[in-house]
Design a protein around this ligand. Structure first.
Ligand code: GDP
Length: 471
């Protein structure tokens, strides 16, 4: 097999979209695309109520029926693995799953009157951190579900390294908003004091030096996933909850300011000027002659009929068909999770085994570099031992995971001495070398705020995060 990244074909000429369309009117008249799309990942301690909340959300929005929800939550409780019910609910509703997805993340899509959502399940177990990273890298915002019950909150939260690691990962992977869903408020009699107490503690934690969100990035919504109060609706029947003037969780999700959502002339021209990037999250066969990939568009705009380049394989593929939420579309823009169909015979080896999750797609005239080494500003977290030049670790770039190591420490912030190792809490400019036959497609942070970030893990814990400065 041809080693990925070693082919040296001349790029073909860009191809024109199959249909000549007016993008503004297409995007503002297509039923699918007129509503802005947002994706969120659900994180939190086991038993915080993630599955119950997702069940409630999907039930109250009419996506699944009560019987399905009850059955799933019961099964989950019986097995003592609450958080798996969330995955099961996702399984029931997501058509992705029936196709044999290559990644173990569960996502489900649903609509409200104003917005399309994709909810992503981040597996809670420590062994699933790579899948969690993959999930977070597709999300625009994170919901951190917290159990407000007196005592449980303190025990669950501060003892639990998992919640800490998940929030740290969310921040390191570029999640711009984190919403703390203060759950089980029914058990706390909807006490404002309790809510404020939790809010103060969590704001300290999330904006503290260890996690590092800014206070503008953190919001709080009190709910009860079990009774449904303030999830989709708040009919103000609970007197003790009169003090709350804020939005329901769904209203919050609809209104939270993320990337530009108004589809007008200015947005379209801005998107058309940006380089188009998509990170592959799923690869599958469509028929004996066609295959498909799914992934999140992190920048720009693309139309059916255009030719794209895959990095690092340098395969040039013409988009035969595009789908969003299983419906055909002629155009996909930044923020969408899009599926593209290609001809199998346009792949060098005529086999989808040539591609892996985390490969990147760009347009022919704005290729993404694939590298063995790159320079990066790293921030180190708490580490049990120093990180030496040359010691192996696992590098995550968005949803791509590769063995790597530091090959050179260029500079340690605040230190003049040349060192061969880094310790906890240091910031440094380093050269990272990928220890893999396959080159790593990557961008500078200044070019793409999602694909230009990395996370470093060693021996099962996250030890640092960085921004790519030179490639
Ligand atoms: P997960 O592990 O985070 O997915 O948690 P589950 O959704 O399985 O919930 C764990 C337990 O908390 C279950 O017994 C739920 O019935 C219960 N629970 C979840 N949400 C609420 C809530 O809003 N109020 C109350 N009283 N119990 C809840």
């Amino acid at each position: 097999t041809a080693a990925a990244g070693t082919k040296d074909k001349h790029p073909p000429k860009p191809t024109k979209p199959f249909k000549k369309i007016d993008l503004v009117s297409e995007l503002s008249s297509n039923k699918k695309l007129t509503k802005p799309h947002k994706s969120f990942v659900v994180i939190g301690h086991i038993d915080a109520g993630k599955s119950t909340l997702m069940g409630r959300l999907l039930f109250d929005l009419g996506v699944v029926d009560a019987k399905t929800v009850n059955k799933l939550v019961r099964e989950a409780e019986k097995s003592g693995k609450g958080s798996f019910a969330l995955a099961w609910i996702m399984d029931q509703t997501s058509e992705e799953r029936s196709r044999g997805v290559t990644v173990d993340i569960c996502a489900t899509s649903f609509d409200t009157t104003t917005t399309r959502f994709t909810a992503i399940d981040a597996p809670g177990h420590k062994d699933f951190v790579p899948q969690m990273i993959s999930g977070v890298s597709q999300a625009d915002l994170a919901l951190l579900v917290i159990d407000s019950i007196n005592g449980e909150f303190e025990a669950g939260f501060f003892m639990d390294g998992q919640t800490k690691e998940h929030t740290l990962l969310a921040r390191s992977l570029g999640i711009e908003k984190i919403c703390v869903v203060v759950n089980k408020m029914d058990k706390e009699n909807w006490s404002q004091d309790r809510f404020e107490e939790i809010k103060t503690q969590l704001l300290d934690f999330l904006t503290g030096s260890e996690v590092g969100f800014s206070s503008e990035q953190v919001d709080f919504v009190p709910i009860s996933g079990l009774t449904g109060v303030n999830v989709v609706k708040n009919d103000h029947a609970v007197k003790a909850f009169d003090w709350y003037q804020g939005p329901t969780l769904v209203n919050y999700l609809e209104s939270v300011g993320l990337t530009s959502v108004a589809i007008d002339k200015d947005t379209i021209s801005k998107l058309s000027e940006e380089d188009f990037n998509l990170a592959i999250n799923d690869i599958f066969e469509v028929s004996s002659s066609e295959f498909g990939v799914t992934g999140k568009v992190s920048r720009g705009l693309i139309q059916t009929g255009e030719t794209v380049m895959v990095s690092p394989t340098k395969d040039y593929l013409q988009i035969q068909k595009m789908l969003i939420d299983n419906e055909p579309v002629d155009v996909a823009i930044s923020g969408e999770i899009a599926t593209m169909h290609f001809k199998l015979n346009q792949l060098a080896n005529k086999s989808i085994d040539e591609l892996v999750v985390g490969d990147l797609i760009s347009k022919v005239d704005s290729p993404i570099s694939s590298v063995k080494k790159f320079t990066c500003d790293v921030d180190l977290f708490n580490m049990s031992k120093p990180l030496l030049v040359g010691t192996p670790f696992v590098l995550f770039r968005n949803n791509r995971q590769v063995p790597a190591r530091i090959s050179e420490i260029i500079e340690i912030k605040g230190s003049k001495k040349k060192k061969k190792h880094l310790v906890s809490k240091q910031q440094a400019l380093v050269v990272i070398e990928v220890n893999d036959d396959r080159l790593l497609p990557i961008t500078k942070y200044s070019d793409n705020k999602v694909l230009g970030r990395i996370v470093i893990r060693r021996e099962g814990s996250t030890i640092g995060a960085g921004l790519v400065t030179e490639i």
